[in-house]
Ligand binder design. Structure first.
Ligand SMILES: [Zn+2]
Length: 181
């Protein structure tokens, strides 16, 4: 996991899997600052643009920008909104990179205590087509917690206009993955 950006065999493996034609994205993968310039990551960007699919990157604001700069056509889904990036940083990147989408798994700071944070709320209303909720079942215990996680998400979605909530809940994800409602 930590060495994939230096391992060309991962690129050829994914390339062969993509021939099945059933995939809509590549990831979630971790990417550290300075790794986007590697030949393997550049190869993944080419692969994604050629297949018209997105990259799902778990990375911070600096590295996601390095990734986005490789090709203006590459579509990136930013996992956890960078995990710790604030609404101002996320907003600046959304303004600058039209092919960036953001998912909000594990971001309880969006609605501390269940109440939608005002800075996030205004960003959500400014970019209603660019966000989606996420659950991230990264360990099996997350499946046990899933009903609670979903209830928490629904709690803050209800504090948004219904149309925006629907975009976050499924419409934006459907568009990113090539489905239409
Ligand atoms: Zn992650």
């Amino acid at each position: 996991m930590g060495t994939w950006t230096g391992d060309p065999s991962i690129l050829s493996y994914v390339e062969s899997r993509l021939r099945r034609g059933i995939y809509r994205g590549i990831g979630e993968f971790h990417l550290a600052v300075g790794e986007a310039g590697s030949a393997v990551v550049r190869g993944f960007v080419q692969l994604a643009t050629r297949h018209g699919i997105f990259l799902h990157a778990h990375t911070d604001d600096v590295a996601v920008e390095e990734l986005l700069r490789l090709d203006p056509k590459v579509r990136v889904l930013w996992a956890h909104a960078g995990m710790s990036a604030g609404a101002d940083t996320v907003g600046r990147l959304l303004d600058r990179y039209p092919n960036l989408s953001v998912e909000l798994a594990l971001r309880s700071d969006v609605a501390p205590g269940g109440q939608l944070d005002p800075a996030w709320r205004s960003l959500f209303l400014r970019h209603p087509e660019r966000f989606m909720v996420g659950t991230d079942t990264w360990v099996t215990s997350q499946w046990d917690r899933l009903p609670d996680i979903q209830a928490g998400i629904r709690g803050w979605l209800r504090q948004l206009p219904r149309e925006v909530a629907e975009q976050f809940a499924f419409k934006n994800a459907a568009r990113l993955t090539g489905k239409h409602y």
